[in-house]
Design a protein around this ligand. Structure first.
Ligand SMILES: [Zn+2]
Length: 69
């Protein structure tokens, strides 16, 4: 198994398998929405810890309140 390096924390980690649910993905891709399609901009490798932090951030309504201030 080939180790991967997290693009956020730069730690090496063993690849982990996604479960098929969005909350359990094993990477991040940024896109640009168009009218009929999207353009892929960049992909990120995320270790399991950074993925959990990302999903927690995206699903935490308290963080959204802070961003609007
Ligand atoms: Zn990480």
């Amino acid at each position: 198994m080939k180790a991967r390096k997290c693009d956020r924390c730069h730690e090496y980690y063993d690849p982990y398998s996604p479960t098929g649910e969005v909350e359990h993905a094993n990477g991040l891709s940024l896109i640009e929405f168009g009218d009929t399609a999207y353009i892929h901009r960049k992909s990120y490798d995320l270790c399991p810890i950074c993925m959990i932090r990302l999903v927690t951030f995206l699903n935490n309504p308290e963080d959204r309140k802070v961003e609007k201030r």
